[in-house]
Design a protein around this ligand. Structure first.
Ligand code: PEP
Length: 252
């Protein structure tokens, strides 16, 4: 019942020229009259959102922002609001990516506020959670992930969580070439779904839980085979049209 989602996080990469080639390639590669078997989305740098939207508007591919402001509007230099995201037809927003938590000091409280703001505005919040290598090696993976998920389940309103997507991204696997084994991924995904079920059974059944961390064409199918793995959040490999298309195919 859950439609898989494959989303590309382009991070702070690209130029007008490379973004143009990327969206043209995705548009051609995913062109279909019957609708796609998977939902596909891209998260460009905010400055490219209009360019991306202009090309993808006539396709089944969605786009969104990598971050969102907790405030509505006003004196928040450097930030982007949900109203701006919606004005440019964004459908989704990443929240709590590990790079934002680690490099920009984003706390669970910030993450809750962003999920709340985005969800109530009708954007799909893609909540990123995951443990560091040290946390995994000391056996604290589920404590860390549970705390990140519970913060949002307890802090955000049910209305804002109606379309929530969760991305399990072990920090040690992001951009490192290291990937969780299919068993490690499924184990954490199942535990996250269990947490959701304790909160709300319907929510557990409908919420898509993506895996992220060095997913590429060559390993996507075995990771996506997990019963609780509903697609992927893809960084580096999403900048390569062919590899990203292979990953989308592996989820469908
Ligand atoms: C990410 O940034 O969300 C990510 C999963 O990156 P990569 O695929 O490059 O590990």
């Amino acid at each position: 019942m859950r439609k898989p989602l494959v989303a590309g996080n382009w991070k702070m990469n690209g130029s007008r020229e490379s973004v143009s080639a990327l969206v043209d390639g995705l548009k051609a590669g995913l062109a279909t009259e019957d609708g796609l078997a998977v939902d596909v989305a891209v998260f460009p740098s905010a400055i490219f959102v209009e360019q991306v939207g202009n090309v993808l508007a006539s396709t089944n591919i969605s786009w969104g922002l990598q971050n969102i402001c907790t405030e509505e509007e006003g004196a928040y230099t450097g930030e982007t609001s949900v109203a701006m995201a919606k004005d440019f037809a964004c459908k989704l927003v990443l929240v709590g990516h590990s790079e934002r938590r680690a490099l920009y000091g984003e706390t669970d409280a910030d993450v809750v506020a962003k999920v709340q703001r985005a969800g109530l505005a009708g954007l799909i919040p893609v909540l990123c959670v995951g443990e560091s290598l040290e946390e995994r090696e000391s056996g604290r993976t589920m404590d860390v992930v549970a705390q990140q998920v519970q913060a949002v389940l307890k802090g955000a309103s049910p209305e804002s969580l109606a379309q929530l997507v969760i991305a399990y991204e072990p920090v040690w696997a992001i951009g490192t070439g290291l990937t969780a084994t299919p068993e490690q991924a499924q184990e954490v995904h199942a535990a996250i779904r269990e947490l959701l079920a304790e909160h709300d059974a319907d929510m557990a059944a409908r919420t898509r839980i993506l895996y992220g961390g060095s997913v590429k064409g060559a390993n996507a199918a075995e990771i996506f085979a997990g019963a609780d793995v509903d697609g992927g959040l893809v960084g580096g490999a999403s900048l390569d049209v062919q590899d990203f298309l292979t990953i989308c195919g592996a989820a469908g």
